[in-house]
Design a binder for this molecule. Structure first.
Ligand SMILES: NC(=O)C1=CN([C@@H]2O[C@H](COP(=O)(O)OP(=O)(O)OC[C@H]3O[C@@H](n4cnc5c(N)ncnc54)[C@H](O)[C@@H]3O)[C@@H](O)[C@H]2O)C=CC1
Ligand SMILES: C[N+](C)(C)CC(=O)CC(=O)[O-]
Length: 322
């Protein structure tokens, strides 16, 4: 079967956003800031007013991030029907409520209304595309593109196809998001919750246990992250952060020293077996991620980054402040 003709990711100019709440509206703001023409459709009676307020509120942040030439909120058209929104689209982003049956029906409708070949992405927070593409006539162009709130500020988007998704559509979507200024993780298989939401949910689950047991207050939970590991995570992910906990010995020393604590009652989730395969994958993964940077380089980078985050969040005076 030959691949359908679609505009190259670099040449896309017209984007449609279907569902314009918190995330759909955030996508609209992002694409407008990047200089695209955006059409949007949402069935709620107050959707257009809400969307235009969201875009206006986001615009100062978009200006600070740097607008693309010609970018303007005036390039947003809110349509009266789903069909009008997607009629000329070169890419469609679906951000309707997280209900499986609704997504199935909506993706099938979008597939029927969108020009052949055009890729349709779903913002779903966790449904595998295999479960959502069942009713579509052309499921090959349906891909998950999971953003983070707000999509105009948080760079990450996770891309994953379903069993019936055409691999070319996955590759196209990843490249398109890169052209649109996103930081993309392309997954080669479906994992419910993708990568980041699985990590977030593990933390969230532990937090809820502690609140339910009266072991920590909601404020304790939040401060334990914003004044603790969260500051480092903005600079370096949990893997390299813990590699630095091993000092000059890096992740291997960290695992030898603290690996056995995986089995401690620190977590209420079941721990994986720290066998040799996992040990080696984590150690060599950290070496790859360091990409030639020494421990001293990484320590300097982390420290400068954490100080910048402390300044940016007003916990340290900014350069030039009295
Ligand atoms: N809120 C968040 O932090 C994140 C949400 N997501 C995902 O984004 C999607 C949208 O979530 P939110 O924006 O938070 O929800 P929301 O409730 O803020 O917005 C949903 C919008 O969809 C509209 N809608 C209702 N039925 C529709 C239909 N049949 N077709 C098109 N639009 C319809 C609603 O009027 C509403 O404006 C969900 O799949 C969610 O899992 C993804 C990342 C983060
Ligand atoms: C709460 N949530 C599961 C909808 C969050 C996300 O999906 C991503 C985010 O913005 O953290």
């Amino acid at each position: 079967m030959s691949s359908p003709k679609r505009t190259s990711p670099e040449s896309v100019r017209r984007v449609a956003c279907v569902g314009a709440g918190v995330i759909g509206g955030g996508w609209v703001a992002h694409f407008l800031g990047r200089g695209y023409d955006v059409t949007a459709w949402d069935p709620a009676p107050d959707a257009e007013a809400r969307l235009r307020r969201l875009v206006a509120a986001a615009w100062p942040a978009l200006e600070q991030l740097g607008l693309a030439p010609g970018a303007s909120p005036d390039r947003l058209t809110v349509t009266g029907t789903l069909e009008e929104a997607v009629a000329d689209a070169e890419f469609v982003q679906e951000s309707a409520p997280e209900k499986l049956e609704l997504k199935r029906e909506l993706l099938a409708k979008l597939d029927a209304a969108t020009p052949a070949g055009v890729v349709i992405a779903s913002s779903t927070s966790g449904y595998p595309m295999t479960d959502m593409q069942t009713a579509a006539a052309a499921p090959g162009r349906l891909v998950v593109g999971h953003p983070f709130n707000p999509p105009y500020l948080i760079p990450l988007v996770e891309v994953a196809g379903g069993e019936r998704t055409d691999p070319d559509a996955v590759g196209w979507l990843s490249r398109f998001y890169e052209c649109a200024g996103k930081s993309v993780i392309t997954m080669d298989r479906e994992v419910p919750g993708f990568i980041a939401n699985r990590l977030q949910e593990a933390l969230w689950r532990e937090a809820l246990h502690m609140v339910a047991n009266g072991e920590a207050t909601v404020a304790d939970i939040d401060r334990s992250i914003t004044e603790g590991p969260g500051l480092r995570w903005a600079v370096m992910g949990p893997m390299l952060t813990f590699a630095l906990a091993g000092g000059e010995g890096g992740m291997a020393h960290m695992l030898d020293h603290f690996g056995p604590s995986l089995k401690s009652p620190w977590t209420r989730l079941e721990a994986p077996e720290l066998d040799k395969e996992l040990y080696d994958a984590v150690v060599s993964g950290c070496d790859d991620a360091a990409d030639g940077r020494t421990v001293a380089d990484l320590v300097g980078e982390r420290d400068r980054g954490v100080i910048a985050v402390l300044r940016a969040t007003g916990r340290l005076p900014r350069d030039g402040d009295a």
